[in-house]
Structure formats: C-alpha cells, structure tokens
Write a protein that binds this ligand. Sequence first.
Ligand SMILES: Nc1ncnc2c1ncn2[C@@H]1O[C@H](COP(=O)(O)OP(=O)(O)O)[C@@H](O)[C@H]1O
Ligand SMILES: [Mg+2]
Length: 234
Amino acid sequence: MNENTRIKTLAAATAHAWDAFVIVVGMLKGGTGKTTSAWFIALYYAVVLELPTLLLDADATSQSAYDWFKVAQAAGFEIPENLVVERYPFDDIAEYIRAEFGAIVVDAGGGSSRIFHEAVTEANLLLVPVAPTKIERRKLVATFDEAERAAARNERDVTAHVVLVKADDRTSLPRNAKDKLLQPAEGEGIGPDRDEPFPLAETTIHSWVHYMEAFGEIPTELSEYAELMKELTA
Ligand SMILES: Nc1ncnc2c1ncn2[C@@H]1O[C@H](COP(=O)(O)OP(=O)(O)O)[C@@H](O)[C@H]1O
Ligand SMILES: [Mg+2]
C-alpha cells in the first residue's frame, strides 16, 4: 500500500494515544450489509494497515459477525494474528475501547437503537450502509435521528457517512439512490427541516458475488473497502 496513506491513517488511528480509532457500522434495519462491511473494514485495518484490530459484534439478535469468525476458524482459514473478534456481552461498550487496539470496528446490528446509540457515543466514525432501494433508504432518517442524539453525548468529534452498498451499475438504482440521498424530498433528509442531504461517501460498494460468498471466509480482495476507508480517513 501507499506509505503516505498508511502514515496518515496511522496518525488518525493514534491521534489520542490512549484510545483506538472506533468505527461503528450501524443502521436501524436488518440485512443492509452491516456485518459484511464490518468484516471487510476490520480486515482492511488488520491486514492492510497491520494495526491491532478488534471486531466487536454488538448485534444483540443475530451475532453473525462472531459466527463468521467461528465458521472461518472451523473451516481452517488463517485468522490474522492481530485481529480479535469478540461478542459484546451487552454491558458497557466503552470498556472495550482499549489502548491495545489501533482500530475497533463495531457491528452495531440493526435491532436495537439502544446499542446503536451507545456505540455511536464512543465512535470516531459512523458508517451507515444502505442498498439503493426505497425500502432500504426509509430507515435512514430514524437512524440519523438516533445518531444525532448519540453524537451530542460523544466526546470524539464523530463524523457520519452513508455508504451505498450492493450497487449494480447495470441498473439505474445506484444513480437514483444517490440523487435521492443528495437532494432529498422534504421529510426524507436530515436537519431541522429534514430536507438536507445525507453525508454520502463517494466510494460505492458494488453488488459482487464476492461479498455474497464472503461469510465464514477471510477474503483477501479488500479493494473497495480500502478505497472507502482511505476516502473517509483522509
Ligand atoms: N456489497 C454486497 N453485494 C452483494 N451482496 C451483499 C453485499 N453486502 C452484503 N451482501 C449480502 O446481503 C445480505 C445481508 O448482509 P449482512 O452483511 O448480513 O447485513 P446486516 O448485517 O446488515 O444484516 C447477505 O446475504 C450478504 O451476503
Ligand atoms: Mg448483521
């Protein structure tokens, strides 16, 4: 990887020597791509940036990030030595934000606004993955409402981004979704009048079989998520 990027990212990751760079992947809806995103981002930090990385499964209902780890382990995949995967035992998430990790990626799940709120309170970066369909976008307003309440209690200058995932460029869906996110109709955006644009990341995660089949494996093709994290931590 580019040495400059590495140094910049390391600097961002260690800006406060006493704590880790915390990335929360959350959206108050199931099936949007949170667990897949959390795994690819954790692998990017562990394998590409070589940082001690914690992937925290905070999904109270399904714990698929942790299952992914167990399945990969049982299947004989080599788990990067500097990657730790833990289940969140539903007490204080802040206890996990430990100095020994350079990066902490939290899969906040989609079922609990309380856990989502608590995770965002500790985050440096909130990523909200959303597929380019109407039904997926509908929960964004509620997600950002909750994120804003949590951000008010956050002491880390958290920034939030929507990430378009499962984008198939052979269709008009990604283009339409981007338009709707950047020029929302009244009531479908953020801000006091709910008409302000969502902070959409430029990098798009495409709909790839690679992602659909990644569960229970340790994928090595991390390019799109690498691009995304470079964009958001530059
Ligand atoms: N970029 C992508 N392209 C295609 N399928 C994806 C992509 N990301 C996730 N998926 C698939 O979407 C489904 C839901 O993903 P998952 O990460 O489990 O979402 P969540 O954790 O939000 O419930 C899974 O079947 C997964 O394989
Ligand atoms: Mg999940």
